[in-house]
Design a binder for this molecule. Structure first.
Ligand code: MN
Length: 497
C-alpha cells in the first residue's frame, strides 16, 4: 500500500535518524521543513563543495540526535533560509508559524555575532546569554550549526579557521559546559584544540591511541566479566560501555600533572549505567568484590555532586592482570544529564502519559524568565535553572530594564561608565535595589542599580580611580580629568563669561 504522500528519497534517508518517539505529526512537520529548505537552497554550494542543503540537514540530524522536539528540528533545517535564500522570515512564519520563525530569526541574528578578540568578548557573551534566556532552543540550533561548521572547518582558509576555533573555545565550549552539555563541550574543545595547537593536539591524540591499544584488551575482558556478574546479581537496567577521554581535557590534565601521564587514570574508563541510585551502590559493591579497588580512588559524586551537578560513583580497580581500570557508575538519567545537560530536559519523556510534560514545564519557565528580564528575580531564576554560567561576570539591571554585564566586584561607577561616559562623569549618588549606597559599593548579580546624576557636575572624582574595576571606567575618568582640567586660561575665561 502507498502512503498518503510519496516521500523523497532524501527525506526517506533522513527519517532514519529520527527515532520511534517522533509521532506522525512530528515527522510530517519535519518533512515539510525539509522539502521547503531543500528547494530554497537549490543550486547553492558550500566551500566544501557539497550542496548547501547538506549542511541544513546535518544540523537537523544533530538536533534529532539530541532527541529534541520536532519544532526545533524543523527550525534547524530552516536556520539558514532567510540569510542565504530569497525566502524571508515572514515567508517562514506564514508557512511554519510564529514559533519556528522566531527560532530561525534568533539563530540568524546570533550568526551576525563574531568573535574579534577581547573587546568583543563580553558583547558576544551577552548576546548568547540573552538568546539563551529567551529561548534555550536557539542555543541548541546554534550549537548544532557550529558543530557541523567545526567538522568542515578544514575547508576554510587559515585565518578564518583560527578565528572560528578561538570563538568556539572562548564562547561556545564554556556555554556548553555551563549548560551541562558535556558531549558538546568536549567536541567543541577538541575541534578548537586541533586548529589552535595542532602540534599539541597530535601529540595528545597519539597518547590517547597508545592508551586505547594498551588497555583495550583488558577493558574488553572486564566489560564482559562485570556485565555478566551484574546481571547475575539481578542489578536492573545494566548497560556498559567504554569511553575515551576527550583530547583537550587530557591536554589540560597533563598540564596540571607536568605531563606525567602515569598519574592520569581516567584516560580510558568503563561506564556502568544502571536503573537507579540503589543499583549504583549495589554495582559498586559487586565490582569491588570482583576486583581490588585502588585505595583513595573511590569518589562518591552521588552523595556529593560536583558544583556543576555532576553525579556518578568513580573507582579505580586492579584487574586480574594488574592493570588499573577506572569505572564510572551512574543511572541512565544521570548519564543523560551529564552528556546533554539542559537539552536532556527538552527531550520527550521516555514513557508515561503526557509525552511533553517536562518540555511544557520548561517552556513555561522560560516564558516566565522572559517576562522577568527586567526584574531582580531574573538572576535567581537562572540559577535555579542551572544557567548560572559566568562565575566571574555579574549582571546588573538598570531602571530601564537593560542588563549590563560587568566583571565581579564592579561598582556603581563602573556601571555608570558602561552605560555612558556622561552618566559616569556626572554621577553623584546611587541607589542599589532602592537603597541609597556609596559609589564604591561592590555590585552583585541581579542588583538593580540606579545612577543619580547632577547635570551641572563637570568632572569625575579623581578618587574613583582607586576603586573602579573596569578598564573602560578608568580610561574615561582619566580622559575627562586630563581633557577638562581647567588650565589657567580657561578658568580665567570662565570668569569673563
Ligand atoms: Mn548554518
Amino acid at each position: 500500500m502507498f502512503g498518503p504522500t510519496a516521500m523523497s528519497v532524501e527525506f526517506e534517508k533522513f527519517r532514519e535518524v529520527l527515532d520511534s518517539r517522533y509521532s506522525q505529526d512530528d515527522i510530517a512537520l519535519i518533512e515539510r521543513a525539509f522539502e521547503y529548505a531543500k528547494e530554497a537552497h537549490t543550486g547553492q554550494v558550500r566551500v566544501t563543495g557539497e550542496p548547501y542543503f547538506a549542511h541544513s540537514s546535518t544540523v537537523a540530524a544533530k538536533l534529532a540526535d539530541l532527541k529534541l522536539p520536532s519544532e526545533v528540528i524543523a527550525a534547524g533545517i530552516l536556520h539558514d533560509v532567510p540569510e542565504d535564500t530569497a525566502r524571508t522570515i515572514d515567508d517562514i512564519s506564514r508557512e511554519f508559524g510564529e514559533d519556528i520563525a522566531s527560532m530561525v530569526g534568533a539563530v540568524t541574528k546570533l550568526g551576525k555575532v563574531k568573535y574579534r578578540g577581547e573587546d568583543r568578548y563580553a558583547e558576544n557573551l551577552r548576546k548568547m546569554f540573552v538568546a539563551m534566556a529567551q529561548d534555550v532552543r536557539v542555543i541548541f540550533i546554534k550549537f548544532a550549526d557550529r558543530m557541523h561548521n567545526m567538522e568542515t572547518l578544514y575547508a576554510l582558509e587559515e585565518k578564518k579557521r583560527v578565528r572560528i576555533a578561538k570563538e568556539v573555545l572562548e564562547i561556545y565550549a564554556p556555554i556548553a559546559n555551563r549548560l551541562g552539555m558535556g558531549e558538546y563541550r568536549g567536541l567543541f574543545e577538541d575541534y578548537a584544540f586541533k586548529y589552535l595547537q595542532p602540534k599539541e593536539y597530535s601529540w595528545t591524540q597519539h597518547l590517547l591511541e597508545e592508551r586505547v591499544k594498551k588497555f583495550g584488551p583488558a577493558m574488553e575482558r572486564a566489560l564482559k566479566n562485570v556485565d555478566f556478574e551484574l546481571r547475575k546479581s539481578g542489578v536492573q537496567g545494566v548497560e556498559l560501555h567504554g569511553r575515551v577521554k576527550h583530547c583537550y581535557s587530557l591536554h589540560r590534565k597533563l598540564l596540571r600533572y607536568k605531563s606525567d601521564i602515569s598519574k592520569v587514570y581516567d584516560i580510558v574508563a568503563l561506564r556502568i549505567l544502571v536503573k537507579d541510585i540503589p543499583a549504583c551502590y549495589a554495582a559498586l559493591g559487586i565490582l569491588h568484590g570482583l576486583y581490588t579497588p585502588l585505595p583513595g580512588r573511590i569518589k562518591d559524586y552521588i552523595a556529593q555532586p560536583k558544583p556543576n551537578g555532576y553525579q556518578s560513583l568513580h573507582t579505580s580497580v586492579f584487574d586480574d592482570q594488574g592493570s588499573v581500570l577506572e569505572f564510572q557508575i551512574r543511572t541512565h538519567q544521570m548519564h543523560e544529564e551529564t552528556e546533554y545537560g539542559v537539552a536532556a530536559h527538552w527531550r520527550y519523556k521516555e514513557s508515561g502519559t503526557t509525552p511533553n510534560e517536562r518540555q511544557v514545564r520548561w517552556m513555561e519557565e522560560l516564558a516566565q524568565i522572559q517576562k522577568e528580564l527586567s526584574t531582580t528575580d531574573f538572576m535567581q531564576h537562572l540559577n535555579e535553572l542551572k544557567l548560572d554560567m559566568f562565575s566571574d561576570r555579574i549582571f546588573v539591571f538598570t531602571p530601564r530594564g537593560d542588563v549590563i554585564d560587568l566583571p565581579e566586584h564592579s561598582t556603581p561607577i563602573d556601571l555608570a561608565y558602561a552605560i555612558h561616559s556622561e552618566i559616569g562623569n556626572k554621577a553623584v549618588q546611587t541607589r542599589i535595589n532602592g537603597e541609597i549606597a556609596s559609589l564604591d559599593t561592590p555590585l552583585k548579580s541581579g542588583d538593580l542599580c540606579e545612577i543619580i546624576v547632577d547635570r551641572n557636575r563637570q568632572l569625575p572624582n579623581e578618587d574613583w580611580l582607586n576603586f573602579v574595576k573596569t578598564r573602560h571606567a578608568r580610561e574615561k575618568i582619566k580622559d575627562a580629568l586630563r581633557g577638562n582640567k581647567p588650565g589657567l586660561w580657561s578658568s580665567l575665561m570662565k570668569h569673563v563669561r
